[in-house]
Ligand binder design. Structure first.
Ligand code: SF4
Ligand code: SF4
Length: 375
């Protein structure tokens, strides 16, 4: 395995002749005069703030949900209702509900928040690339924390060899294809009967119980994922996460992207070395990759004034320079999309699953016995 090897073969390549990694290492002497950037970069502090806030929100929701489940198991249900935000952990339910809503214009009553959260994250991906992965996703946050710890422990992270990286990255699309095709072939009546069956109603409880009563196989898989995440940057996100795969495909249509001004760039290569997605930012004019998470790591380390920025694409025929999007604007946009869609769902009465407590009392304590209704 090679350490920190830039991997992604990409789209719009700078007219500057490509260099091998070895020559790039030795030839990284500034060829142009550096106009040093003034002012400090706050993008990473802002992004980490979002990550921590969203992680804490998920811990809060998870704790509330656990207490709600325990209430039914112990026969003394708690006074608060099931936290609707737990639906964020049910992306397949979100996809099924989205299909039902698109085909019938009827907002489903079971796990509706899963659909609204999916819509929010798809909206963020369309406008701001895979910013959900690097700004909000709790799994992405833990992944990032693990590779940073691993980098300290092992004096660096490793990257898969070039020949192995693309087939490994395709795994997440295989998983996405499997889940998406399963939903695509389900007619709406089948989706409804799936969601209203005990398995669909308490898919969230089953997920919780998977981790509460995890077996040896589950622990081994979890251990491999943790080890991979310590060794490699964003191991789960890069190779296995179907949700990230879907958001990456949507981000291909995004009008925003990291853009490098060649006349300002001094070819120091710091951006490419900082990119957790191994993108050769220093050789591209515009980063169009499905792996870009709008994390601003490349922008944060760039020493040249105005050389690198997340920018909005120009419309054809428009002469004006692409409009730059600072990190604070990305933060505001993420918060507005997320809070706007969640707020709409809450205030219109479409956030909570519409199931009486008595039904939950009958099925939650026996969640492990609920089997998948599909053959
Ligand atoms: S470092 Fe730059 S190019 Fe790499 S993923 Fe982050 S924003 Fe995209
Ligand atoms: S864009 Fe990349 S290569 Fe160019 S100056 Fe900035 S960090 Fe260096």
């Amino acid at each position: 395995m090679a350490i920190g090897t830039p991997i992604e073969p990409l789209t719009q390549i700078s007219p500057t002749p490509a260099r091998t990694d070895r020559t790039a290492q030795t030839a990284r002497k500034p060829r142009k005069k550096l106009v040093r950037r003034v002012g400090r970069d706050h993008s990473q502090r802002l992004r980490h703030g979002f990550q921590i806030a969203f992680l804490l929100l998920n811990v809060w929701i998870g704790a509330e949900f656990y207490l709600w489940v325990r209430g039914f198991e112990t026969g003394s249900p708690v006074s608060f209702s099931r936290p609707g935000g737990i639906d964020g952990w049910l992306p397949i339910s979100g996809l099924m509900n989205l299909k039902e809503w698109l085909l019938t214009r009827h907002i489903p009553s079971i796990h509706p928040a899963a659909m609204f959260l999916l819509l929010a994250f798809l909206g963020i991906a369309f406008l701001l690339r895979k910013a959900f992965c690097s700004w909000l996703c709790p799994v992405g946050t833990l992944s990032e924390a693990l590779w940073r710890v691993g980098r300290k422990l092992f004096q660096g992270n490793v990257a898969l060899p070039r020949w192995l990286d693309p087939p490994m990255r395709s795994l997440k699309y295989l998983l996405l294809g499997f889940f998406a095709s399963a939903v695509a072939i389900m007619p709406v009546p089948s989706i409804r009967s799936f969601m209203h069956a005990p398995f669909g109603l308490i898919a969230d409880v089953k997920l919780l119980n998977f981790f509460r009563f995890i077996g040896v196989t589950g622990l081994i898989v979890l251990g491999v994922l943790v080890l991979g995440s310590l060794l490699m940057k964003n191991f789960w996100c890069r190779y296995l996460c179907p949700y990230g795969g879907l958001l990456g495909l949507v981000s291909l249509f995004s009008p925003t992207g990291i853009r490098r001004k060649e006349e300002r760039c001094i070819d120091c290569g710091k951006c490419a070395r900082a990119c957790p997605s191994h993108l050769p930012v220093d050789k591209l004019v515009t980063v169009h990759s499905v792996e870009c998470t709008a994390c601003f790591e490349c922008v944060a380390v760039c020493p040249a004034e105005d050389a690198l920025a997340l920018s909005i694409a120009q419309l054809p025929g428009v002469k004006r320079a692409p409009r730059r999007l600072p990190a604070w604007a990305v933060a505001v946009a993420i918060a507005a999309i997320f809070l706007g869609i969640v707020g709409y769902a809450k205030f219109s009465g479409h956030w909570q699953t519409n199931v009486p407590q008595a039904v939950y009392q009958q099925i939650v304590p026996y969640a492990n016995e609920a089997t998948h209704p599909m053959p």
